[in-house]
Design a protein around this ligand. Structure first.
Ligand SMILES: [Zn+2]
Length: 69
């Protein structure tokens, strides 16, 4: 069953990965997907299109990217 999600924004993690944050409409939960794997990233949990735990990104540099896909 597919869940409907809304894009909140993109965040670049310290490791270089770009993470897209989404809100699941049905449950109002925040979920995060790895959009781009950072070149210097050694975290095995960071793989493209994998969900990761939502981290506190308030100190991270965030930017908005328009995604053409
Ligand atoms: Zn990473």
């Amino acid at each position: 069953m597919m869940s409907l999600v809304r894009l909140i924004g993109f965040t670049t993690l310290a490791c270089g990965c770009v993470v897209g944050k989404y809100r699941e409409v049905a449950t109002s939960r925040e979920v995060a997907y790895v959009e781009e794997k950072g070149r210097a990233c050694g975290a095995h949990g960071h793989r493209r299109n994998h969900t990761i735990a939502v981290v506190d990104t308030s100190s991270a540099r965030s930017h908005v990217t328009s995604k053409a896909s």
